[in-house]
Design a binder for this molecule. Sequence first.
Ligand SMILES: [Zn+2]
Length: 320
Amino acid sequence: MYAVGIDLGGTYTKVAVISKRGKMAGRTHFETQKFNKFDSWVEKSVSVIKNLLKENSVAGKNFVGVGIGAPGHIDHKKGIIHTLVNIKGWDSVHLAKEFKKRMGKPVYVDNDANMMALGEYAYGAAKGARNAICITLGTGVGGGLILENKLYHGSFMAGGEIGHMPVNVEGPACACGGKACVESYVGNSYIVKRTVGYLKRHNKSILARWFKGKYHKITPLDIANAAKSGDALAKQIWDETGEYLGVCLAGVVNLLDPEIVVIGGGVAKAGGLIFKPVRKTLKERVMQIYSERLKIVPAKLGNDGGLMGCAWQVFEHGKA
Ligand SMILES: [Zn+2]
């Protein structure tokens, strides 16, 4: 049995054919921007899916449906995208209905961070867990909750927005309407912004030598490389970033009592630089019953977590 997973990203749309056991049989991608009108994106995706199924000799009963993950506010029950983060003009579009019409199979649409969480739960780092928190660190900070073996959506289908947990009373204004959200401390651009602020005062950092004032070019990867080569300022930045994330997660852990926290996304590639302060902060801040047992692990599926979750969604619905 095979399902198709689609990960609609601002830059690329990734499409994959995935078996029930989690083997990726075939995959491809196209540039989202070239098909950013809703109708043309649907047409392009459907033709890409049909080709991919043909290439991999998947047809008929073997093909059970399509799962789609998108960055935005999604009504997963009706398969409607209310708003997207990166693409304008897709307001209240009936994505599942349009796909179903063309594919003749069940289609499920959900938030991309939720799909990443589901992927890690079904095939990755949180496999076998009953309660898991998954968080993706990138430009934004996404999250997904698995509670009692189920993806948690909440009352208004916006559950699991860990990125918008406040970690301070006062702090930077956030696009969500709140302030001092954890995303404003550990999101890509904010890590860089904080670094640049420090660099203007501490020009002894190796980063000052590397970038010679062209600080807008600095990326989290550069800050990780600087820390790995012993730079004190860069290390401090990662310690702070890990601490903010740890404080946020301590609240979530005390509230939900999960057995595992999975951390993925580009910024998580800093490895121990961020995991160490996160683990330390959590140990200090969570209630004692968790401090020895709670696992904090990197995501296993990398950028494919979302695709895998989309496929799992199709297999799970098929069972019911
Ligand atoms: Zn926010």
